[in-house]
Design a protein around this ligand. Structure first.
Ligand code: ZN
Length: 283
């Protein structure tokens, strides 16, 4: 439910990005039919776990068709029941996650499509899906439970910034729950956070925290040593990878941006580390 609502808190596409999204939609038959004018809404792609590698990353015989990763360009790629996807399909996402592009090999040469998306994976805690809370209804063996989430490889998990464990809600909690924020309220905060990023990163030709390099993070955007002490120690003790280090810093900047603060404090770094590792038992 959360993943499907993500597009409602994403700002509309800029002119440039709307042109890209529209161009991609115009060559993918499914979206072609509905195409009227520029596509301003960030795309949301949710391929089924039985989808082929060609359907996800692009390909096909004869004319090359963009896959879900390209149709999700500038938007969201949502893989529900992620462990059910074929391992090689999941691992093929590593390249676009790192580079924002997908290279497809053809006999005539290489074709490169854009593929810069926010990736959202959802997974049950076990194959039967009942192992939350006290897990009394779960019928899986210990080996099945352990193996299930490991189908998402370590290198793949290393590229995931936020891991959140969501317990099955109880009816009593639902009855007491305060009404949450509306999407419009959250969108306003996202826009504000994005505006702060754009302003800060404009001198470097960037727009989003997710684009910031390690060089920039350790140079112009370097934080005071006490702020990053815990993170530095985690890197030195090999508790996190260098990729993880960079991603935690980027996330900490975003946390500060969402709260209209000029730069991350130690608690933002701490929160970013916890968000990245909170489902750590997955590994
Ligand atoms: Zn189970």
């Amino acid at each position: 439910m959360l993943a499907e609502r993500l597009p409602s808190i994403l700002p509309p596409l800029t002119d440039e990005h709307a042109m890209e999204a529209t161009a991609i939609a115009s060559v993918s038959s499914a979206a072609q039919a509905q195409l009227t004018g520029l596509q301003r809404t960030p795309p949301f792609e949710a391929p089924h776990h039985s989808a082929s590698a060609a359907a996800i990353i692009g390909g096909g015989t004869g004319m090359l068709t963009p896959g879900a990763v390209t149709r999700a360009h500038r938007g969201v790629l949502f893989l529900d029941e992620a462990p059910e996807f074929q391992r090689h399909v999941l691992d093929s996402l590593r390249q676009p996650i790192e580079t924002g592009r997908i290279a497809l090999q053809r006999s005539a040469g290489q074709v490169i499509f854009p593929a810069q998306f926010q990736l959202v994976l959802a997974a049950n805690p076990c194959p039967c899906g009942m192992n939350s809370g006290r897990g009394l209804q779960c019928t899986c063996t210990v080996a099945q439970r352990r193996g299930y989430l490991r189908r998402i490889s370590g290198p793949m998990l290393d590229r995931i910034d936020l891991q959140v464990r969501v317990e099955r809600p109880r009816s009593s909690a639902l009855a007491l729950a305060e009404p949450g924020e509306t999407s419009a309220q959250v969108l306003a905060r996202v826009r504000q956070a994005r505006a702060r990023q754009r302003e800060r990163l404009a001198p470097y030709g960037l727009q989003l925290n997710s684009q910031v390099s390690l060089k920039l993070l350790s140079d112009e955007l370097r934080l005071p040593r006490p702020v990053t002490a815990q993170l530095d120690a985690a890197l030195d003790r090999a508790l996190i990878s260098l990729r993880g280090y960079v991603r935690i810093l980027r996330l900490a900047w975003t946390l500060a941006d969402t709260q209209s603060r000029d730069e991350p404090a130690a608690e933002d770094i701490d929160a970013a580390m916890q968000l990245r590792l909170s489902a750590g038992d997955v590994r």
